[in-house]
Ligand binder design. Structure first.
Ligand code: ZN
Ligand code: ZN
Length: 116
């Protein structure tokens, strides 16, 4: 009889222990999950910031400094912006005239107009 009573108590205790461990496991699971969620959110935020930073401050610089004109082969502009290709005045960029008759180009003006 006493043996049975003791066994019951033991089972009760074990059950409580199991319950306790389960709750503890759940608690840690939630904690890890939360920490994971926070960390990953932070990571994504940083990635986003870095992308924005690259887009705003570096992209333009990199684009213009790396770009070489496919038409005239000169750097700092693209083929689409090429004055030579669009037949703009190479001195002032005007479409009204060529550099040979550019009114703002110094020195060359006389020489070119004389040649023409
Ligand atoms: Zn060009
Ligand atoms: Zn001009």
């Amino acid at each position: 009889m006493t043996n049975l009573e003791e066994m019951r108590k033991e089972v009760d205790l074990l059950q409580k222990e199991v319950e306790f461990q389960k709750n503890l496991a759940d608690y840690w699971k939630r904690r890890w999950k939360q920490e994971y969620a926070e960390k990953i959110e932070l990571l994504y935020k940083n990635i986003e910031l870095e992308m924005k930073y690259k887009e705003t401050s570096h992209a333009d610089q990199a684009m213009t400094s790396r770009a070489t004109c496919g038409y005239c082969g000169k750097p700092n502009h693209t083929e689409n912006e090429c004055w030579k290709k669009s037949k703009k005045c190479l001195y002032c960029g005007s479409t009204e005239h060529q550099i040979s008759s550019c009114p703002s180009a110094p020195n060359k003006r006389k020489k070119y107009s004389a040649a023409n």
